[in-house]
Design a protein around this ligand. Structure first.
Ligand code: 3HC
Ligand code: NAI
Length: 697
């Protein structure tokens, strides 16, 4: 008997307990243990089998680390069929998260009971695959096609109470999973309840699968797995019998298992978990956090305060005037109302937060007791330095002093205090209470426990935190600046902003760069360009001015209703602004450029290669510790298509020699911009990829 599955007898009942921490993933030893447990129970003359998980959860799914490796018997579908076919009464008791293969094991049991806090789901599509052990065939039989598709195409986790209503669970009861399971099995035996194999249930009623497939494909913005899942569920209605439906599921599952999208999404899954694991933080205790100060209550300050309040912190928000403080409170109230609407906050808690947890202030003295202060005032180094000098004067010893600056030098900001070890960058993304990414920017003198406190705060706020070093734009905005420059060059040379946006959204980006400019406000880029020009541009750099002309005309994007696009009231998407192309054409003519045609493919390729090249520099310079830190930054902060796993995973999948070849070719037209990053050159010379660096770390 394998050690990862315990076997005991409770009278007529054989009890199989999973003991494979942390999440009882169904690796080969667990599968063998379950198989052996069922066989032993049958050979020993037990009447029933109870399966449950020890520790924090029932099985949370197949062992993702086995994906892409040679399969080892028994496979999960074979195991599930064997459980279902057992002549004994087989019951599962669920707690924690019964996900993917975990729920598939449960569905192959004859009855299912769960504790109220349990959640079930088939999240395989989020890993680029579909349920592969009968989930697409059994779930529609127990819950109907609509409910099954609702779970399988989104991967959402469903609470026990809802799963009970759907028929996925037979009973929900509070208590220890082993105990409630045993009582349930005894009741079933006493009532002489029959075995109830789902494979024997009638085929579910079909729906219009073609229409559903099209709708799901469109919603996935290029992600294939949810749409393919629709076809697998279709087989549960249309295949001749259960086995034929299962064979179709297997075929589709294996196709996706071999796909680049699966590789990208699995990379994203493990990278998201690896980002916060930094060797230098091992054994370092974060500082205690209870009260958070926020300085500046504009777009970002209000968002940061909302995020902290939603996580249960008390917040002191400092603004320049009473009026500004009240405006900030209105912004926070509106953010909280949104959280109530989305079911993330109860109306009572909303009221309690606004009344008791949020303190408004205009006097720095109010910040004397905070454990961490985050500054989100105007992006101006002198203003920031003044704010930090005041924080230094009033905050108690040990307060972490954080800045939300997008670009400014945090070493210089830290230098305006007498305690640079306490200063750190906490770069949130807009809207700060919604966006998952937090860049934790470590300055030269930041103390290790201050870094640990940044990560602890990120965790409490539900963020994905990435460590970054100090440079102009840190990881994300620095790379952004390179690929936007590439887009600007393509516009000068003949592509239109609208073609570029379309090509990139077809590639999978949530938005194209010009639509993003409009969303953020064209004045932000304008200010950055002015700043760079004032600092002195390299004469070889290609600058462009057409965007300045839009700003000078008062077109600042969505906030003014006009930018690259024109926005009708109430509509989020705009129509191309006809005044844009003439401005571009005038600039091309003035520069003597004869515009040429770009294919969508070339647009994507140049944009992506520019991104990869700058990302390689960011890693090479140690601004990002590992390639995966860049990948997670772009995935969670910049709308990068999740199924590519991030730009550096994309580059690995393309092959780095090809990426370098492109740079070499394009450097003939612009040797200044298309200069290969030393790390990229090195990796190609060594025949290695970015992921090799991830594995070394
Ligand atoms: N396989 C292998 N390792 C897994 C795993 C899995 N299915 N699920 C989680 N882990 C690992 C994580 O990598 C992490 O390892 P680390 O400590 O070394 O970083 C550890 O378990 C704990 O995971 P989390 O940090 O994510 O813990 P949380 O408590 O935050 O979340 C969870 C728990 C909700 C179970 C979350 O881990 C999760 O969503 N896991 C994936 C679930 C999933 O997708 N299951 C389907 C798998 S595909 C499948 O079953 C195919 C089948 O249809 C054939
Ligand atoms: P904003 O202009 O909306 O808000 C700034 C607020 O700070 C204003 O309400 C102003 O009254 C207040 N303020 C200015 N000086 C102050 C002082 N001395 N004391 C107290 N309050 C003061 O600006 P926004 O967009 O919120 O940006 C704030 C910071 O966040 C900037 O550093 C910006 O670069 C950064 N940031 C902005 C992002 C965005 O998408 N807007 C994203 C990430 C970072």
């Amino acid at each position: 008997m394998s050690q990862v599955i315990g076997y005991e007898r409770e009278g007529d009942i054989a009890v199989l307990s999973a003991q494979n921490p942390p999440v009882n993933a169904l690796g080969v030893h667990v599968r063998r243990g379950l198989m052996a447990g069922i066989e032993r129970a049958e050979s020993e003359g037990a009447k029933a089998v109870l399966i449950y998980g020890q520790g924090r959860t029932y099985f949370a799914g197949a062992d993702i680390r086995e994906f892409g490796k040679p399969p080892q018997d028994p496979s999960l579908p074979v195991l599930c069929d064997r459980i279902e076919a057992s002549p004994l009464l087989v019951v599962s008791a669920l707690h924690g998260t019964a996900l993917g293969g975990g729920l598939e094991v449960a569905l192959s049991c004859h009855y299912r009971i769960a504790v109220p806090s349990a959640k079930v789901g088939l999240p395989e599509v989020n890993l680029g695959i579909i349920p592969g052990a009968g989930g697409t065939q059994r779930l529609p039989r127990v819950a109907g096609v609509d409910a099954a598709l609702g779970m399988i195409t989104t991967g959402r986790h469903v609470r026990a109470s809802e799963a009970l209503e759907m028929g996925v669970l037979d009973k929900v009861e509070d208590g220890d999973p082993r105990e409630i399971g045993l009582t349930y099995v005894r009741d079933l035996l006493e009532a002489d309840a029959p075995r109830r194999p789902v494979c024997d249930m009638a085929r579910p009623t079909p729906i219009d699968f073609d229409a559903t497939y099209d709708a799901v494909l469109k919603k996935g913005r290029g992600q294939l797995s949810p749409a393919i899942a629709v076809r697998a569920v279709q087989a549960s209605c249309e295949a001749e019998n259960f086995a034929a439906g299962q064979a179709r599921e297997r075929e589709l599952f294996l196709e996706l298992m071999a796909s680049d999208q699966r590789k990208g999404l699995i990379h994203a899954f493990f990278s998201e978990r690896a980002v916060s694991k930094l060797p230098e933080l091992q054994g370092i205790e974060p500082r205690d956090l209870d009260r958070i100060g926020v300085i500046g209550g504009g777009t970002m300050g209000a968002g940061i305060a909302t995020s902290a309040l939603l996580a249960g912190f008390r917040v002191v928000l400092l603004e320049m005037t009473q009026e500004a403080a009240h405006a900030a409170k209105d912004r926070i109230a509106s953010n909280l109302a949104g959280a109530v609407k989305r079911g993330k906050l109860s109306p009572e808690n909303q009221e309690d937060i606004l009344k008791n947890k949020l303190i408004l202030a205009t006097d720095y003295g109010a910040l004397s007791g905070v454990d961490l202060a985050i500054e989100a005032v105007f992006e101006d180094i002198e203003v920031k330095k003044q704010v930090f000098a005041q924080l230094d004067a009033v905050c108690k010893n040990g307060t972490v002093l954080a800045t939300n600056t997008s670009y400014l030098d945090i070493n210089e900001i830290a230098g305006s205090t007498g305690r640079p070890g306490d200063v750190i960058g906490l770069h949130f993304f807009s809207p700060a209470h919604v966006m998952k990414l937090l860049e934790i920017v470590v300055a030269d003198q930041t103390a290790p426990d201050v870094v640990a406190t940044g990560f602890a705060l990120g965790k409490r706020l539900g963020k994905v935190s990435v460590r970054a070093g100090v440079c102009d734009g840190f990881i994300g905005n620095r790379i952004l600046s390179a690929y936007r420059t590439c887009a600007d060059h393509m516009v000068l040379d003949g592509a239109s902003p609208f073609q570029i946006d379309t090509a990139l959204t077809r590639f999978g980006f949530a938005m194209g760069p010009f639509a993003v400019y409009d969303l953020a406000g064209l004045d932000i880029g304008w200010a950055a360009r002015k700043r760079k020009r004032a600092a002195g541009l390299d004469p070889r750099a290609r600058d462009s001015f057409y965007a300045d002309k839009l700003c000078e005309a008062g077109y600042l994007g969505q906030k003014t209703g006009k930018g690259y696009y024109i926005y009708e009231k109430g509509k989020r998407e705009g129509e191309p602004n006809p005044e844009v192309m003439p401005l571009i054409e005038t600039e091309r003519a003035a520069r003597g450029i004869s515009p040429r045609a770009f294919t969508d493919e070339e647009i994507v390729r140049r944009y992506m290669v520019a991104m990869v090249n700058e990302a390689a520099r960011v890693v090479g310079e140690g601004i990002a510790r590992r390639p995966l830190d860049v990948d997670v930054t772009l995935l969670y902060g910049y709308g990068f298509p999740c199924y590519w796993g991030g730009p550096l995973k994309w580059a690995d999948l393309q092959g780095l020699p090809k990426v370098l070849d492109d740079i070499d070719t394009w450097s003939e037209e612009d040797a200044y911009f298309w200069k290969p990053a030393p790390l990229l050159v090195q990796l190609v010379a060594d025949g290695r990829g970015f992921d090799d660096l991830n594995k070394e770390s």
